[in-house]
Write a protein that binds this ligand. Structure first.
Ligand code: UFG
Length: 328
């Protein structure tokens, strides 16, 4: 018996594969390698390059490896790109996601952990954000994830699919082997560390007039290894016959852009210059999770997610891998 991890060559996927294997699980990875990195998965892990919407391939993998559960990361995940090319997001994340679920159900796989996002809430009606908050995404990326959440709920009712939909806040940090390498990079912490390393002259700070103490936007940063741990716990929950659930994964603590930069200055010992820019369209002022449900249902509490540890781990990985997954 094995667990199918789609998007296992991506950032959060690769760390989850690493942690599942460390916990003694057999894992099979399916990744189209459009944005993931083959080097992020070891040669020992069975690996298929392909699309999740390829029903014949899914049937073959499930049969050959006796797949019993699935963790589904594979998706496009750039908010800005989703606004410019929504069709790409609805095709990749929704159409292919639905085909994928159909193939899994047809093959008898009924346990599913889904990579969802805080972007499903859009502009939050209250902060900290609990799972009952209104969900009204501000971009096609968030909608694509919310549609799949609805599909999952309907398939539970109709077909007995049991799922955990995990709504990540801001994933960050690295493990010994796996780290964050996006191309292009749009996320705050890797950009701040690129400036610390002298690869960029400064960090653009998007918006200084938010209704927050220092005027910059606040986010809930959670260590990628803590996220991986939550996926393992979600699988255990489903294996024990637990109910389908939507759960936030965040720490409950928020940090502003300037606080992130200040912490990175301390951790790296670099000056890190900033450049004030206008707000980035679509950015909410404050996104902080109420993580009580994941604690209650999964017994999950983040252990590595204090901001200095997150940034320190990302900085160590960067120093070891100055060109990310591209060989130097
Ligand atoms: N920011 C800057 N300068 C930069 C990059 C980011 O000031 O160079 C700011 C952003 O404006 C934002 C904060 O830093 O206020 C964090 O930005 P990120 O791009 O790192 O992360 P987001 O909060 O925009 O997005 C993350 C995930 C998305 C997900 C979203 C959920 O990357 O996939 O959280 O709300 F949809």
């Amino acid at each position: 018996m094995a667990i199918l991890v789609t998007g296992g060559a991506g950032y959060i996927g690769s760390v989850t594969v690493e942690r599942l294997e460390a916990a003694g699980e057999s894992v099979v990875v399916l990744d189209a390698l459009g944005r993931g990195h083959r080097e992020a998965v070891t040669r020992e892990t069975p690996f298929y390059k392909g699309q999740v919407g390829d029903r014949a391939l899914i049937a073959k993998i499930v049969a050959e490896h006796k797949i019993e559960s699935c963790v589904h990361f594979a998706a496009l995940a750039y908010v800005g790109e989703s606004v410019e090319q929504p069709e790409k997001y609805f095709e990749n994340n929704v159409s292919q996601g639905i085909a994928f679920l159909g193939a899994l159900l047809a093959a008898g796989v009924r346990r599913f952990v889904f990579s969802s996002t805080a972007a499903t809430y859009g502009e939050p009606e209250r902060v900290p954000i609990d799972e009952e908050c209104r969900k009204w995404p501000k971009n096609p990326y968030g909608w694509s994830k919310l549609v799949i959440e609805q599909v999952l709920d309907s398939y539970d009712t109709a077909h007995g699919l049991k799922f955990a939909s995990l709504r990540y806040f801001n994933a960050a940090g690295a493990t010994e082997r796996c780290g964050e390498h996006h191309d292009p990079e749009t996320h705050l912490i890797p950009i701040v560390l690129a400036a610390a390393a002298g690869e960029k002259p400064d960090v653009p700070v998007f918006g200084g007039d938010y209704p927050t103490p220092d005027g910059t936007a606040i986010r809930d940063y959670v260590h990628v290894a803590d996220l991986a741990d939550a996926h393992i716990r979600a699988l255990e929950h489903l294996r024990k016959g637990g109910s389908s659930e939507f759960m936030n994964l965040g720490t409950g603590d928020g940090y502003s852009v300037l606080e992130v930069i200040e912490t990175a200055r301390r951790v790296t010992g670099s000056e890190i210059r900033i450049r004030k820019e206008a707000r980035r369209p679509g950015d909410p002022a404050r996104l902080v999770a109420d993580p009580a449900k994941a604690r209650r249902v999964l017994g999950w509490t983040p252990k590595m997610s204090d901001l200095a540890s997150i940034i320190g781990s990302a900085w160590d990985w960067k120093k070891r891998n100055p060109r990310g997954y591209f060989a130097s």
